[in-house]
Design a binder for this molecule. Structure first.
Ligand code: PHE
Length: 345
């Protein structure tokens, strides 16, 4: 009799082991049939009851009932666990019929966007994109550009020096001299890059971006400069933009000019809603770049022949971006406020 009782007890351990392996309702049910079913293991053991001596039967019967109860409880417990797991799987599971969730994408910085747009426009006109170092020699930044030591124009530049002869370039123009030292004419390049000046207030930052342009060939005239820049300005600001060239001075160009475009905010009228326009300060024009015909002294510094001529120009990228997107504050470009940057996505 003891034998039969321990056989019954073993059944519980066996069931626990089987339940641990049952991963779904189907496995659970076949385990149940196997152990508790009409012809299952428990029933088989119980069928031997009549063959026992009558005084042993009650004890075995009691053991069988207790085992059956515990087995049922174990089944129930496992059933609940599996049901809960099924529910979470449906709630969190991948449903291929749902519409997709687009991942959040970053956006290019407005300075990058405008730089790429500018270089794209000049590339189409046949200019090569070139580059030069931000840590520059005095020679390329000044001397080769017709600004010998003690030249007063050096003061205009608020230079950040590293040593006596090494500095952070104050403009992208040194790349003109570098390109002409390594390449013979004809030549046309466009040079985007960072420049540095010891200057910091509402409208100046110690670092900003410029794009330089240079074209040299036989017979290049001011008319080419005007044509190229007018078509550039109209690509960026629209075909109705008017352009004017105002005489100016740069040591490395002669003659020199500054280019103004008609103000976009007031459409060149100089006033808006009865008040002076705040972008052009009532003039109807805004300055956008400096330019001119390459000074013969620059050609001499790079050993170019006397029968070539050329034009150069330099523009501020932040300035173009401010005018194009209507951004009123230069500092926006450097604060990296995501609410600002996301508007360019
Ligand atoms: N380098 C000048 C500046 O930074 C701009 C310029 C470039 C003017 C080329 C003329 C020709 O102000």
């Amino acid at each position: 009799m003891m034998n039969l009782v321990s056989v019954l007890e073993n059944l519980v351990g066996e069931l626990e082991e089987g339940l641990g392996k049952a991963e779904d309702a189907q496995a659970l049910e076949s385990l149940r049939v196997d152990i508790l079913g009409r012809k299952g293991r428990l029933a088989q053991i119980m069928s031997r009851l009549p063959s026992l001596p009558p005084d042993e039967r009650p004890a075995v019967g009691l053991a069988a009932n207790s085992v059956k109860e515990r087995c049922n409880a174990l089944f129930e417990e496992r059933r609940k666990i599996l049901a809960a797991a099924r529910e979470t799987a449906t709630l969190t599971g991948f449903d291929p019929t749902l519409p997709g969730l687009a991942p959040r994408r970053g956006s290019l910085h407005p300075v990058t966007l405008i730089t790429e747009e500018i270089c794209g426009i000049f590339s189409v006109m046949g200019f090569d994109v070139a580059a030069g170092p931000e840590v520059e020699n005095d020679y390329y930044n000044f001397e080769a550009l017709n600004m010998p030591p003690e030249h007063p124009a050096r003061d205009m530049q608020d230079t950040l020096y590293i040593t006596d002869k090494v500095l952070l370039r104050t403009h992208t123009s040194p790349v003109q001299a570098r390109a002409m030292t390594t390449r013979r004419p004809p030549l046309s390049i466009i040079v985007p890059g960072k420049v540095y000046r010891r200057d910091s207030d509402l409208t100046h930052t110690p670092m900003f971006h410029q794009v330089e342009g240079l074209m040299v060939d036989k017979g290049i005239s001011m008319a080419h400069l005007r044509g190229v820049l007018t078509s550039f300005v109209r690509s960026v600001f629209g075909v109705r933009t008017r352009v004017r060239f105002r005489p100016s001075f740069f040591p490395f160009t002669e003659p020199s000019a500054e280019v103004d475009i008609s103000c976009r905010l007031c459409e060149g009228k100089g006033e808006r809603r009865g008040e002076a326009c705040r972008v052009c300060k009532g003039t109807g024009w805004v300055e956008i770049l400096g330019c001119g015909m390459v000074d013969p002294a620059v050609f001499a510094a790079v050993d170019y022949p006397e029968n070539v001529s050329g034009f150069a120009f330099g523009l501020g990228v932040e300035r173009v971006a401010m005018l194009k997107y209507g951004i009123g504050d230069l500092r926006m470009f450097f604060e990296n406020d995501l609410r600002f940057l996301r508007q360019f996505a």
